[in-house]
Design a protein. Structure first.
Length: 93
């Protein structure tokens, strides 16, 4: 669905006191490493560490999205420049 509809959303994100504004096609906030059917969205996340992990994908072409998607299944999507993986204790949209 994300590839067909491809409508990035302009987001203002405040993460632990720092603020960024950018167009994203995905922002996932996780407490554990896996989401929806086995996607390894936040490979370093731990359920019991008290820290939230996030995975953010900036606006990109459909071709790039097709390249990123299988990498999310393996948890290796962080190698793409359009992907930001991080941690936070507090995040506001």
């Amino acid at each position: 669905t994300i590839i067909v509809n491809h409508q990035p959303a302009l987001m203002k994100i405040e993460n632990d006191g720092q603020s960024i504004e950018q167009s994203n096609i995905m922002l996932t906030i996780c407490n554990g490493p896996r989401q929806g059917g086995g996607f390894l969205v936040a490979p370093d996340a731990k359920n019991d560490d008290g820290i939230l992990n996030f995975s953010m994908v900036e606006r990109c072409s459909r071709l790039t999205m097709l390249r990123i998607l299988p990498e999310v299944m393996r948890g290796t999507h962080g190698r793409f420049p359009q992907v930001t993986l991080g941690t936070t204790r507090q995040l506001s949209l």
